[in-house]
Design a protein around this ligand. Structure first.
Ligand code: IYR
Length: 224
């Protein structure tokens, strides 16, 4: 290794035989493939400690210059949830009522979505993922973050997998436009809403659309 100005530490990892690797990669894929976006939530509680573990897993994601340009707003307050729901529905009514193109509405038809966002009231937790394009120094100056959407997308992906691993369900909801969320949560000027994610248990009779995922040949291009 090159001489480093900053400290480095030895890298530790688990290592597996080819056979173990094959088994582990296959079973992890099969498990990941059982994750579904769920819209029918139960109000069954989930502890704050569980939620903190999930969010800290999200926060292990790689990020541009290791800036970790995210904040997870962890909401359980019922009054605030209802307010967010009302505001989201106000926007969604406009979106479904004409702001989205016919093609978009047609593409969403198999998902069974509409402007109603009951899950924001029902799910025990709402996570609002905020992205931070820059940091605010104490003297009021700004310090840039990098690849912010990529970084926050990765953190959100890690979070979704952690939620799945805990046997819980989530929905990556994107009310659009989302500016109302930053306002309702009184977030600082360097934060922008990225995703609103209800987290909890599914309702007893939850259903999901009968969708299939793209195959290997659809998503992989080989350059051997
Ligand atoms: N934001 C709307 C519409 C919507 C858009 C996409 I792309 C989806 O995959 C699902 C919904 C909503 O949340 O209903």
């Amino acid at each position: 290794m090159k001489e480093q100005e900053y400290p480095f530490i030895p890298f530790e990892r688990e290592s597996f035989s080819e056979d173990e690797m094959l088994k582990r990669s296959k079973s992890f894929f099969e498990w990941a493939d059982t994750r579904r976006s769920v819209r029918d939530f139960s109000d069954r509680p989930v502890s704050k400690e569980v939620m903190e573990n999930l969010l800290m897993t999200g926060s292990t994601a790689p990020s541009g210059a290791h800036k970790q340009p995210w904040t997870f707003c962890l909401i359980s307050n019922n009054e605030l949830k209802s307010r967010l729901r009302a505001l989201a529905e106000e926007e969604e009514k406009k979106s479904y009522g004409g702001r989205m193109s016919d093609e978009w509405i047609e593409d969403l038809a198999p998902l069974g979505t509409d402007w109603e966002k009951e899950f924001i009231d029902i799910a025990p937790w709402i996570v609002v993922v905020m992205k931070r394009p820059y940091e605010l120094n104490s003297d009021g100056t700004k310090r840039q973050n990098y690849y912010v959407s990529e970084s926050v997308g990765l953190a959100s992906g890690f979070l979704l997998m952690a939620i799945h691993n805990a046997g819980l369900v989530a929905l990556t909801h994107t009310p659009s436009p989302m500016n109302f969320i930053a306002k309702a949560l009184e977030r600082p000027e360097n934060e922008r809403p990225f995703l609103l994610i209800p987290v909890g248990h599914p309702s007893a009779n939850a259903q999901v659309p009968d969708l299939s995922r793209k195959s290997k040949s659809d998503v992989i291009e080989y350059y051997d």
